[in-house]
Design a protein around this ligand. Sequence first.
Ligand code: RIB
Length: 308
Amino acid sequence: MKKKILVIGSLNMDFLIETDKIPAPGETVLGHSVGHIPGGKGANQAYAAGKLDGNVSMIGAVGDDPYGKELIRSLTSAGVDTSGIEVCRDTPTGQAYIALDSSGENSIIVIPGANQSVTPELIQKHMALVDSCDYILTQFEIPLDTVRYVKDLALQKGKRLIVDPAPAVPGLEMDFWEGVSIVKPNETELALLTGQKMSSREDYIEGARSLIGKGAGTVVLTLGKTGCIAVTREKADFYPAHVVKTVDTTAAGDSFTAALAIALSEGADTEKAVSFAQAVCAVVVTRKGAQSSIPARSELKGGDVLSR
Ligand code: RIB
C-alpha cells in the first residue's frame, strides 16, 4: 500500500509577469505579458506529489472566490485529496506577483490572504488526515506558530516531517529543528536560518551541520544550477544538477521537496531520492509557471530512477 503524504501549507494564485528585466528599486520597465497560474509553495508540493503518483492530501485555506476554486480544481486534477482545504468567507485567496526575466530569474511578492487562516484549530479540524498520514510536508508561507504546532504534532504522532523553510525567516529558535527528519533550504535560506555568511561548499556544509547539531536528521541543501548537497551527521554528498536550458525556476524547490518525499515514501535511500528529485526539477525549470511546469511521472522516462 502506498504511504500517505500530507502537505500543510499555502495556496496562492500566481500572477506571472514576463519582462526582459526585473525592475530595480525606483525603476519602471515594460513587460510582455501577465497571466495567472495556480501556485503557492504548499499547493505546488501537493500538486507535484500528486503528479508523481503519490497518495496525497492537503490542509490549507483559500478565499471564497474564483481563484480559490481554481486552485482546488488544479489540485484535484493531480489526484490530491482537498477535503482539508478550508474556504474562508471573509479573506481572499493568497496571491503571488512574480516577475520573470528573459534569463529565467524571478522575484516574487506574496500577499498571504487566506493562508493566514491556516491555524492549529484548522489542523485540529482535520486531525484524521494527520493521523492517517506517514509523511508531513510543510513550508513557511503559513503563520510560523502553525508551523511550530505542525512540528510538535508530527513528533508527538511519530510522523516523518519534511520542512522546506521558504520563505526563510531570521531568528527562528534553533530548537525548532529537533526531530525534523529532513530540512530542504536553498543557500540563501540556510544563511538566514543560521545567521552565518556562506560562500563556499565548506561553509554550506558547516551551516547544514549546525541544523543537524540542533536535532535535524538530514539537510538537503539546493544550490540552483550547481546542484545540491545532502548532509548528515556522518557525511556530505554533492550531486551536480542536470544541465538544461532554464526558462523559469518557479516551483523548482517545491517540486524537489515533493519528489524527495515521494521517493523516500517508496523506500528509496537518500542518493536515489535526490536523483529522482533532480530529474523532476530538470523538467520543471524548462517550463514556465508553477503548477503548469510540473511533469507527470510518466513524462520523466529515464529520469524515473525509482522504477529501475
Ligand atoms: O515557490 C514558488 C511559489 O512561491 C509560487 O508558486 C508563489 O506562489 C510563491 O508562493
